[in-house]
Design a protein around this ligand. Structure first.
Ligand SMILES: [Zn+2]
Length: 304
């Protein structure tokens, strides 16, 4: 249907525009700057960026990734965030609103908006954590609230399943931090990760938690291995990988880790939780049960 094609084009553009706003959030929120004033400026020369040079995705290619005034190169991250938000918002639109049906249209559109809050929060958290190694409460707290609100108010959802998801997610990582503290006398991960897994549980429900925890841990291990190979081969320190000592210095930890621990590799865990949550959101439902089933069988066989 022609109208479906037009709506899908709209969904993509709508997502790309939100991606453009997320770039502002990712840059300014960790620096405690206002999200609305002043308007976008070139980071190198300070020239205000005009509206026709601020079109999501398109402007990056028109200007070949450079400032019109001073020709300073912009990071392709801005364009990639816009493109990713456009594509993922479109995917969510197809899953919630299409095929068009007057009976379900408004409920579908509401679910679409509700999932977008989750998607954009995951994107903002990923890039803020990668750059600054912390997860802002300004993102996690409201998203937890909106997630739970949707669980109780949107049709066809189970609010308690999501409430237990939030409680279980936070409780699990708090237990991990507690055990890490007993073993190493230091925090194995930040409290930002605790709030992030609570946020993921508040949206995807408690059934998603085993999948999200395992998928994020495996992908984080793979990324750490790839980063170490990269460092070994090129001699460059990849930005993803830090040592525990660097993390301690950054946060001004007084009671520093012993030397043999200071050299251990550390990497931000938030982006991997967010990635696993995204995979869960897009392929979830069945996947969670199949995963939990396999895990339970494997554990049962391993212990019997
Ligand atoms: Zn400039």
């Amino acid at each position: 249907m022609a109208s479906e094609a037009i709506l899908q084009a709209f969904a993509f553009v709508w997502g790309a525009v939100w991606g453009s706003f997320l770039n502002v959030v990712i840059h300014r929120l960790p620096r405690d700057e206002s999200l609305v004033r002043p308007g976008s400026r070139c980071g190198a020369c300070g020239t205000p960026i005009r509206w026709y040079d601020n079109v999501p995705i398109v402007s990056y290619f028109v200007l070949r990734g450079r400032c019109r005034a001073c020709r300073a190169a912009y990071s392709p991250r801005y364009m990639l965030v816009e493109a990713a938000c456009g594509v993922l918002t479109l995917v969510l639109f197809r899953a919630t609103v299409l095929p068009l049906d007057p009976e379900t249209f408004y409920a579908g559109a509401l679910a679409w908006l509700w999932y977008q809050v989750f998607l954009y929060a995951l994107v903002a958290i990923t890039f803020i954590d990668l750059e600054h190694t912390f997860i802002p409460d300004e993102v996690t707290y409201p998203t937890i609230a909106i997630g739970l609100l949707g669980g109780f108010l949107l049709p066809g959802r189970d609010g308690f399943e999501q409430l237990w998801g939030a409680v279980g997610g936070a409780g699990f990582l708090l237990a991990v931090i507690g055990i890490g503290w007993l073993l190493y006398r230091r925090e194995a991960m930040g409290f930002g990760d605790v709030k992030l897994l609570a946020m993921i549980g508040a949206y995807l429900g408690w059934r998603a938690l085993p999948f999200v925890v395992f998928a994020s841990a495996i992908q984080a291990l793979l990324a750490a291995a790839a980063a170490m190979i990269y460092r070994r081969v090129t001699g460059h320190q990849p930005r993803l990988l830090m040592t525990l000592g660097e993390v301690d210095d950054k946060f001004g930890v007084e009671d520093e880790a012993p030397d043999h621990l200071r050299e251990k590799a550390a990497l931000p865990y938030g982006p991997f939780l967010a990635l696993a949550a995204l995979e869960g959101m897009l392929f979830g439902g069945d996947l969670f049960w199949r995963f939990a089933d396999h895990l339970a069988r494997w554990l049962f066989e391993a212990t019997s």
